[in-house]
Write a protein that binds this ligand. Sequence first.
Ligand code: HEC
Length: 137
Amino acid sequence: MTTKTNRPFGLAATAAILTVLSTSAAFADSAGATFSSGNTFSQKTGEDLYANLCQACHMEKGEGAVGAGKYPALAKNTNLESAGYPIYVILHGQKGMPPVGQMLDDEQVAAVVNYVRTHFGNDYKDATTVQDVKDAR
Ligand code: HEC
């Protein structure tokens, strides 16, 4: 006789999320007062940054997920209309989302904000600048 197991939310995704979380925890531990070792992500393009940093939670096509937590869809998300909002969330975190922008430089944050605002059915053409990110730090 076989028993069916209903696995909650994909285990691979959960593992990926834990990796991201432990990366940010390690960063927080080592951050101390200095910020010299700064970046822990070497990717430069929004696409690569998304794949390495955001996708674990927001999924490959920005569709989000509900399971071991609720990860909002970034696809067709009108909350992205004002770039200030994603910049803020990335830099400072919000509830279940860690402040991943602390591991990125201003160029990287701008790149990933521009990426999500122009992909996944979003079409916001006013580009985010490095200065916008600097001002929001
Ligand atoms: C560890 C999981 C995790 C990672 C990694 C992550 N996010 Fe999030 N994100 C969340 C969660 C959870 C929320 C919902 C926060 C809340 O409840 O307000 C969220 C919210 C957001 C929002 C606000 C959406 C809305 O409609 O209010 C944006 C924008 C966003 N994330 C972008 C990103 C980007 C871009 C990255 C990569 C640079 C990223 N996130 C990485 C988990 C994550």
